[in-house]
Write a protein that binds this ligand. Structure first.
Ligand code: AMP
Length: 416
């Protein structure tokens, strides 16, 4: 038997319905913010993700699915959404006529070769959005508010935004210097990867999963102490806006986020003080890094699978339909054509309609009515059909009504 790959899963049944509901809520919210939907290809040139995410990140060093295609091209499966969206933005020269910010959202599968565990898979979905063209904190606030409202609308009311700033280039450089000075004498006590990170990007030591609880990390210098005035003013302005918008946030000066491209705002959405459900921030340098002009941008990505899991763990009521409106039963083969015709008619009039496809006996068809949780049933028989009539039965009250064929839709419309 061929089984699914480690870290992948099939989505079906109730799980699929839950996702459809969440998608619907999120899509409608994005429309309120006037973000347009985008999908980028599942595979792109390796260089895009390697350069975009950063050659020395754990994601690129250990997690990307890289392969040669049959034309000997270096290909990578999409590990995150931002790099592909930036490639689209540059390739279509959308920076040329930026009379407005360019705002898009996505809901896409991602691929990372990670050790699978609860909420962490090799194929997973991220819902995210990006806003290009504004360096104003009002754009940061808009993106944070979209993320915040998304969680609240799907019923995760207890989310908090953990917020930090990395500052501008000068602030980041000063901070980097302070980290190197701090970590150099104690680097031997940290994991091998951290020793490597000290040279390449010491900020990433703070993100280390292995040393996460090490006091050396906890007592490390804080970004906030190395901000220049402009960066600090900007951070204060953002906090003012979030206060005004009534968005619950906490400053977490340890939050740096591992990717190369962030500057100024970084944030994560955390549930009940622990679980990171998503993260984002400002990435003013990325468009240029990937070959475009210098265009500021800010974005966010939700860990979709973890979010669904968190909804389940927190007993969020997800309204899904698990019932059928009408089941059509037929006594014998002679009523089958009418069943097919009537099913078509009812479905086109928006009623969820079921009809037996397996040639079951009438008795077995009755059992299906309950299994489908059907609200109404109609038993088609030649005698009634000859008079152009059916008996429509309410499966809950067991009331029966004899009605004309051409009145079924009207009857259901007024009774459901
Ligand atoms: P990142 O792109 O690493 O900043 O991740 C953003 C969000 O995606 C995280 O907060 C997680 O919720 C989610 N995420 C990241 N990696 C995985 C994974 N392997 N499986 C499921 N969700 C993930």
């Amino acid at each position: 038997m061929i089984t699914k790959q480690k870290g992948t899963y099939d989505i079906y049944g109730v799980e699929a319905k839950k996702r459809a509901y969440v998608n619907d809520v999120l899509n409608r919210l994005c429309e309120k913010y006037n973000y347009g939907y985008i999908e980028t290809p599942v595979f792109e040139a390796s260089e895009l993700f390697h350069r975009g995410v950063g050659e020395s990140t754990d994601m690129v060093k250990k997690e990307t699915y890289d392969f040669k295609d049959r034309g000997d091209r270096d290909i990578t499966l999409r590990p995150e959404g931002t790099a592909g969206v930036v490639r689209w933005f540059i390739e279509n020269k959308l920076y040329g006529s930026m009379s407005e910010a360019v705002k898009v959202y996505y809901n896409m599968k991602m691929y990372r070769y990670e050790r699978p565990q609860s909420g962490r898979n090799r194929e997973f979905t991220q819902w995210g959005f990006e806003c290009f063209g504004s360096d104003d904190v009002i754009a940061d606030a808009e993106v944070i508010s979209l993320a915040y409202n998304a969680y609240r609308l799907i019923g995760l009311d207890d989310v908090t935004i953990e917020l930090n700033t990395l500052g501008d280039q000068e602030s980041r450089d000063n901070y980097r210097k302070a980290l190197v000075e701090y970590f150099t004498p104690v680097i031997g006590e940290l994991c091998e990867d951290c020793q490597d990170r000290l040279e390449r990007n010491p900020l990433r030591i703070l993100d280390c999963k292995v040393d996460a609880d090490n006091p050396i990390l906890k007592n490390a210098p804080k970004t906030i102490d190395y901000l220049n005035k402009e960066s600090l003013d900007r951070f204060n302005k953002l906090k003012e806006l979030l206060d005004l918008m009534d968005i619950k946030y906490e400053v977490n000066t340890n939050l740096v986020r591992g990717l190369d491209y962030y500057n100024h705002t970084v944030f994560e959405v955390v549930l009940n003080g622990s679980y990171a459900l998503g993260g984002g921030g400002r990435y003013n340098g990325l468009v240029e890094t990937l070959g475009g002009p210098s265009i500021p941008a800010v974005g966010f990505a939700m860990g979709y699978d973890r979010t669904i899991l968190a909804m389940e763990e927190n007993n969020v009521n997800i309204p899904i339909n698990d019932s059928v409106d009408v089941t059509l039963l037929y006594v014998s083969d002679t009523e089958k054509e009418t069943a097919a015709y009537l099913a078509q008619e009812l479905r086109l009039n928006s009623f969820i309609t079921e009809v037996d496809l397996l040639g079951k006996s009438l008795k077995a068809q009755f059992k299906s009515v309950d299994r489908w949780n059907s609200k109404y049933l109609i038993v088609l028989n030649d005698e009634d059909l000859a008079k152009n009539e059916v008996v429509l039965k309410d499966n809950v009250t067991k009331d029966e009504n004899r009605i004309k064929m051409n009145e079924i839709v009207e009857y259901l419309d007024t009774h459901m």
